[in-house]
Design a protein around this ligand. Structure first.
Ligand SMILES: Cc1ncc(COP(=O)(O)O)c(C=O)c1O
Length: 470
């Protein structure tokens, strides 16, 4: 494509997007496609000669949309949302067009300074006074950065210099409700899965602080080196929330570095009434929340807040001569805070989103999601032969179908599949304490109350197709 062809084709792409968004509600949320069917439509070898844009675009329309799961569908109730408020899409078009590489202040000064200001705005919006931070591509990256910092701080930065051979066993603590990104982080950090201690949870599925203290004491007695605690606020499976203040108090008394994973639930903390759920969070060293999950910023946009960035910068920064910002020692080079060197201009979409909606509108959406999830929860609890498996936490709960005379595990799993195969809504099939449940969350930016209540009809309709219907 020549540069002078960019405008017409970009306009055509935007026009396609306009139509896509307007008709999204009429599409099945999850595609009716089978593994390998898209790949089968693509030639085995790349073209040697240029192909006309008309043909490329036509193939996009023919092959892609019907084989996609539509994350922006207002009846997407699976996983957690990966949102894209329209205004953040506009910002992403601008970001893509400038194709800025924001590794250093001098490689994109505006990006670097807007990133700093957006982190400060979000700290203000979330009640995290005194925190600074950086924008990462995801919570997994932030958690890995935090785990590496736990490792290096505990070893007085000898791990980076000398490697880990000969070092005592470093121990990281999290509950079993913690996300698998913690497991991945301990593996990548070279600590080993066996040194991620899964601390028992209490009856409300949150980490038991006494069990945490006991695990740390036992590890010290065994000659291990406790290094850090990852506290969960809004776990992925059932929205579990650790008692933040108590867990952080145990960790701080032991001199351990702490990271709070609020990847999903963090967005809700723009509403003051939800902040008791993470009371005490200001004592954390590091906190991650994903504005792309529930706030409306287009995927990807994850903020890692840091009370003091120095330990993480000392862990991650490398400053070869070609990466120096000569004459500007006071500037922030965000690549020194994160693992990748090259960085996208993610702050722009947050700037557009926060300004175009304002916090009041964003709060109203989250409050609505929580209220509507509560309505659906109550309706299902009142429905014959349905039971709530785990309680409503913010906008997430799980349920089971228990028709009389049938195996409830098989019935629940069959119902989840029937719901998703029908395609009107999309839910997640998972297990709680080894037993199948259907997991439901509300968080898509454009979901309405009707969309959420339509889920009740979709669940009933799917139930009625099953042979084990009462
Ligand atoms: C609680 C929690 N933490 C971490 C992650 C990983 O997030 P990311 O995909 O941004 O790496 C997820 C993903 O859903 C999550 O739900």
């Amino acid at each position: 494509m020549r540069r002078d062809e960019y405008g017409p084709w970009a306009r055509r792409a935007v026009a396609w997007g306009e139509d896509y968004l307007a008709t999204l509600r009429d599409r099945p949320v999850r595609p009716r496609t089978t593994p390998g069917s898209t790949a089968a439509l693509l030639p085995d070898r790349p073209p040697e000669a240029p192909e006309p844009l008309e043909a490329i675009f036509a193939d996009f329309e023919r092959i892609v949309p019907d084989a996609m799961t539509h994350w922006q569908h207002p009846r997407f109730f699976a996983y957690f949302p990966a949102n894209a408020a329209p205004v953040s899409m506009v910002a992403e078009i601008l970001t893509a067009t400038m194709a800025a590489q924001c590794m250093l202040w001098q490689t994109s000064p505006a990006a670097s300074e807007i990133e700093g200001r957006m982190v400060a705005w979000m700290a203000d919006a979330l009640g995290l006074a005194g925190f600074t931070g950086t924008i990462q591509e995801g919570a997994s990256a932030a958690t890995l950065a935090a785990v590496l910092t736990m490792r290096e701080r505990t070893l007085d930065w000898a791990g980076n210099a000398d490697g880990l051979s000969g070092a005592p066993r470093l121990r990281i603590y999290a509950s079993a409700e913690g996300h698998s990104s913690i497991d991945k982080a301990v593996r990548i950090a070279g600590l080993g899965q066996a040194n991620l201690v899964k601390v028992p949870t209490g009856p409300d599925d949150g980490m038991d602080p006494e069990a945490l203290a006991a695990a740390i004491a036992a590890d010290r007695a065994a000659g291990h080196l406790p290094a850090g605690v990852v506290v969960c606020v809004g776990g992925t499976a059932i929205g579990a929330i650790d008692p933040v203040a108590d867990c952080l108090a145990v960790a701080r008394a032991e001199g351990l570095y702490t990271h709070v994973d609020a990847a999903w639930a963090g967005s809700a903390m723009i509403c003051e009434e939800f902040r008791p759920l993470w009371a005490g969070v200001e004592q954390a060293d590091s906190i991650v929340m994903n504005p792309h999950k529930w706030l409306g910023a287009q995927f990807d946009c994850s903020i890692q807040f840091l009370r003091d960035p120095e330990p993480q910068i000392r862990t991650l920064a490398l400053r070869p001569d070609y990466l120096r910002t000569a004459g500007h020692d006071a500037v922030t080079n965000h690549s020194e805070w994160t693992i990748p060197l090259g960085r996208r201009f993610r702050a722009l979409k947050l700037w557009f989103l926060l300004r175009a909606h304002g916090l009041e509108d964003l709060r109203a959406r989250i409050r609505n999601h929580v209220a509507w999830a509560g309505e659906l929860h109550d309706a299902l609890a009142a429905e014959p032969h349905f039971e709530i498996a785990t309680p409503l936490r913010l906008s997430l709960f799980t349920f089971r179908w228990t028709p009389p005379g049938r195996d409830p595990d098989a019935a629940t799993a069959a119902l989840a599949r029937a719901i998703n195969d029908a395609g009107t809504i999309y839910v997640t099939e998972t297990t709680v304490r080894g037993r199948p449940v259907i997991r439901f969350q509300v968080g898509q930016f454009d979901s309405t109350r009707d969309d959420v209540m339509a889920a009740l009809d979709a669940i009933r309709a799917a139930r009625d197709t099953l042979p084990c219907a009462p």
